[in-house]
Ligand binder design. Structure first.
Ligand SMILES: CC(C)(COP(=O)(O)OP(=O)(O)OC[C@H]1O[C@@H](n2cnc3c(N)ncnc32)[C@H](O)[C@@H]1OP(=O)(O)O)[C@@H](O)C(=O)NCCC(=O)NCCS
Length: 218
């Protein structure tokens, strides 16, 4: 059995844990060693904190080839602030686990990168490309031909039309919907319930139906 460490904690870390537990119910795949977390010391949902998030701790586990990592510190609040932390850890890409919930329906003509998490009841159409460290939350629909670049984030129930592109780090909020062929700019944030009809500029903050820009992501 492979071993896994979740980098993060309450929030997205526990969501990833939940998916791992569901994978294990169907097919015992992962032994969860625990979390790396800078703030917590007590166990999270029954799993210990095995260290702080730093290179020294990580290197100790990299020496054990059966240990994999999942980096969960990517969200609308954390955004690319935490990206440098991920890179500082220098974890080889093949040591990041890709987690796919057993209820997700994924076309065999889809490509999925490393360190990505696909949550319950997600549907991913044919000829899609899902990059590295992408998070796709429960019940989201990814239309055929869509391309989700590295670090992009799709919150629950979002609906991505065919051939849509989420550029690096683009965030799509809960229940948001996009017209086909649009692109969401680098590290842009589109709020809950937005209806995106046109391309979203890089770093734009968008809300509403039709989606309009209300600001810029710092
Ligand atoms: C878009 C978003 C990032 C804006 O957050 P923010 O920068 O803190 O913006 P504010 O809350 O200050 O709101 C600014 C204005 O936009 C409006 N607004 C914010 N989010 C909105 C949304 N999703 N739809 C419509 N209007 C919205 C606010 O009412 C406010 O309007 P006002 O100036 O007339 O009062 C945030 O509201 C959002 O939707 N985040 C996504 C959350 C999500 O998907 N979470 C996943 C589940 S956990």
């Amino acid at each position: 059995m492979k071993k896994i460490i979740i980098i993060g904690g309450y929030g997205n870390g526990t969501v990833a844990l939940s998916t791992i537990e569901d994978i294990n119910k169907r097919d015992k795949t992962w032994e969860v060693l625990g979390f790396l977390n800078d703030n917590e010391t007590e166990p999270i949902n029954g799993y210990p904190i095995v260290g702080k998030i730093n290179k020294t701790v990580v290197q100790k586990y990299i020496e054990q080839p059966e240990v994999y990592f999942f980096y969960s510190l990517i969200s609308v609040k954390l955004n690319f602030k935490f990206l440098s932390k991920l890179h500082e850890l220098e974890i080889p890409k093949e040591r990041f686990a890709t987690l796919v919930h057993p209820t997700a329906v994924i076309s065999k003509f889809s490509k999925i990168g490393y360190g990505t998490c696909i949550q319950p009841f997600v549907s991913i159409g044919p000829n899609t490309e899902i990059g590295n460290h992408v998070q796709i939350f429960a019940q989201s629909l990814i239309g055929h031909g869509a391309k989700l670049n590295d670090y992009s984030y799709v919150a629950n129930n979002a609906c991505i039309g065919a051939d849509v592109v989420l550029k690096e780090g683009a965030y799509l909020g809960t229940n948001a919907t996009t017209l086909e062929f649009v692109s969401l700019g680098k590290w842009s944030v589109t709020g809950i319930g937005a209806v995106v009809l046109k391309d979203v500029p890089d770093y734009a903050k968008m809300v509403g139906n039709p989606a309009r820009q209300i600001g810029t992501v710092n």
